[in-house]
Write a protein that binds this ligand. Structure first.
Ligand SMILES: Nc1nc2c(ncn2[C@@H]2O[C@H](COP(=O)(O)OP(=O)(O)OP(=O)(O)O)[C@@H](O)[C@H]2O)c(=O)[nH]1
Length: 610
């Protein structure tokens, strides 16, 4: 029995220490020495180069003995260009490019003249190039690496690049230009990076904003991969115990019952489940940083939505990329607001505007609803508003604009006509209700410059709060931010000092950034979780589903009262429970690239195509 159990364990894709730990737990310490040679043979580098990596990875990767090279710095004219070479022919290449020079000292920078191979040092490719040699395996790819820092003119770079493949010589190795991502792929194959780190690297290269960079850096530490691998090993060890119990339940030497085994495993499973939920939550926050925060601008026509967006773009943000919406009615701009990537969507004005004035009482009848006077709503516009509603529902933050409007009233006093100015706040109730349904929102009142004195403005704003906002569930505590895009524009023209917030746009940006922080921040102890990607989150969800199934099978199928439950626990469907553990572990394996046969190549395809 022990031999079969141990053999089963030893063929699991566990690292040797976990296999050994599991073996000790099941079959007893005395049996392990019997299998020690077997463990060793699986963990020797020749047979299993990285003992974590399933052997099929190394088998399918047939070309890994080629030496590869590529321009690692950006294309185009530059002071210096870096050419990286990785593989067994690095030293050969060095000697061909730098004839009659002694071997490079590992990890020391040396200045060398590079010559065209085969010209016996008569034709110079580049003078005063810097050469660095890193012997494997403690290098970026896990192989020997040679770096040539040459002058960055395109002719020099081209000449050196075309000289490298001519260096193939006595060692017989093939030298070829690297495929996209091949250096990183080799780093993965040689266990220098796990897949979570590869993804973090891809995020680092793609980062356009400060917050994206910070999230990517947090994901590159390798701690995520180590955590998932730790969970996976625990699940596999638990599964191995279950399978041993399935096979040898009848054996008189096997004194563990299903109930005692399940209860010893349960605590671990619940701990992993709790942690997975935290990782899922963190990944949603990380996604906001990575993909950008969706901000929708809503309000009645002419409230100043476009003017506000232009002000934000011009004063507080740099445009990452701008694009016209596919519809006539949504205009999008990707902005970097103080390090946060966000997509602003300017939407069609909602055509049913309502006004409130300071003098009106707090009764619904006192609000006047005006269909916008310009036109009747056409089909295209209706579609625009429908799309604005959809967009609002998908947004992370809604900014609703209302505006102060001036009205002239004519009155006949003593036989003479007098024009009287009066002010009202124009808003759209539907847009406010949409904002109330969104977890993060800002309400702005624009065009405050229209009102001659702050004394006139105060009662208007109070009336708007009391009569409108306080009556919409969810907006009761909302304090509107007062802005004037016109004043802000004037400030820009006058080139006002940057700390002068003319028009109040900076205050809005402050509030937005505060909202961004609330939506994305994680406690210091969890900041590495900003590196959890969407792909990883999907796999974590699948892992969680399986573990919940496991919990259901092992804990809930026992009936309602305690006696039933205790009886049923000894009647647990261990085969099913073990299968749930196997699937959960395979999901974790797919995150780090330690998946089962067949999985890993598919994952590599998805990740390296980026
Ligand atoms: N007095 C004043 N006028 C403003 C202010 N902001 C915008 N306006 C004017 O209001 C009018 C409408 O501004 P837009 O920015 O086009 O308003 P909108 O909400 O995008 O309008 P639609 O695209 O029709 O929905 C323009 O004439 C602006 O110049 C402001 O702060 N003060």
């Amino acid at each position: 029995m022990h031999r079969i159990a141990a053999r089963r364990l030893l063929t699991q894709k566990l690292c040797s220490s976990c296999r050994k730990a599991a073996a000790e737990k099941i079959v007893g310490f005395d049996v392990v020495p019997l299998y020690r040679p077997f463990i060793r043979s699986y963990s020797t580098p020749q047979k299993w180069p990285s003992y974590h990596a399933p052997s099929h990875i190394t088998q399918t990767y047939e070309t890994h003995h080629d030496t590869i090279y590529a321009l690692s710095s950006a294309e185009g004219k530059a002071g210096i260009a870096v050419i990286r070479v990785s593989g067994p022919s690095c030293i050969q290449i060095y000697h061909m490019l730098c004839p009659n020079k002694k071997a490079p000292q590992p990890r020391y920078a040396t200045v060398r003249t590079l010559f065209l191979p085969g010209t016996q040092g008569s034709e110079i490719l580049d003078s005063a190039a810097m050469v660095l040699y890193f012997p494997g395996p403690r290098t970026v790819t896990g192989e020997d690496v040679l770096e040539l820092h040459v002058h960055g003119g395109s002719a020099t770079v081209k000449a050196v690049l075309s000289a490298i493949p001519k260096c193939a010589g006595a060692d017989g190795g093939r030298i070829r230009y690297a495929e996209p991502g091949e250096f990183t792929r080799r780093a993965f194959m040689n266990d220098r990076l796990d897949l979570a780190q590869v993804e973090a690297l891809s995020e680092t290269l793609a980062a356009e904003t400060e917050q994206q960079r910070r999230a990517a850096v947090r994901g590159s530490s390798g701690s995520l991969g180590r955590t998932y691998e730790d969970w996976r090993c625990k699940l596999l060890a638990a599964r191995a115990e279950m399978e041993a119990l399935i096979d040898f339940q009848e054996d008189q030497h096997f004194d563990e019952s299903p109930a005692s085994l399940v209860s010893s495993i349960s605590q671990q499973i619940h701990d992993i489940l709790r942690s997975i939920k935290v990782h899922e939550m963190a990944s949603q926050r990380a996604e906001l940083l990575r993909n950008g925060i969706q901000v929708a601008l809503l309000g009645p026509p002419n409230a100043g939505k476009s003017s506000f967006m232009n002000q934000v773009v011009g004063r507080e943000a740099s445009i990452v990329s701008g694009e016209s919406g596919t519809t006539r009615d949504i205009v999008e701009a990707n902005l970097d607001i103080r390090g946060y990537l966000c997509t602003f969507a300017d939407t069609a004005g909602f055509r049913t505007a309502t006004t409130t004035t300071a003098s009106r009482a707090a009764s619904d009848d006192d609000h006047v609803t005006h269909p916008h006077p310009q036109t009747r709503i056409g089909v295209v516009e209706e579609e625009g508003i429908r799309r604005a509603r959809t967009r609002a529902a998908q947004s992370d933050i809604i900014i609703v604009l209302a505006s102060v409007e001036e009205k002239k009233e004519h009155a006949a006093i003593g036989g003479q006509h007098h024009g009287r100015h009066h002010y009202e706040i124009r808003y759209d109730t539907e847009t406010l209700k949409l904002a109330a349904a969104c977890p993060q929102r800002l309400v702005l009142i624009n065009k405050i410059d229209t009102v001659p004195t702050p004394a006139d403005l105060g009662p208007l704003v109070r009336a708007f709060q009391d009569n409108v906002l306080n009556k919409i569930p969810g907006l009761e505590d909302t304090t509107p931010t007062l802005i004037s895009c016109k004043e802000a524009r004037r400030g820009d023209k006058k080139n006002q000092s940057s700390d002068h917030d003319l028009g109040g746009v900076r205050l809005v940006a402050d509030r937005l950034v505060l909202a961004f922080q609330n939506m994305t921040e994680l406690p210091t102890s969890l900041q590495d979780l900003h590196g959890v990607t969407e792909r990883q989150r999907q796999l974590l969800m699948q892992c969680r589903d399986s573990l919940e199934e496991y919990v259901y099978v092992t804990e809930n199928e026992g009936g309602d009262d305690d006696d039933d439950a205790a009886a049923a626990r000894d009647d647990i469907d261990l085969t099913m429970a073990a299968e749930h553990l196997r699937y959960a572990a395979s999901c974790l394996g797919r995150i780090t690239g330690r998946g089962e046969a067949g999985d890993v190549e598919e994952i590599l395809g998805v990740i390296f195509e980026k």
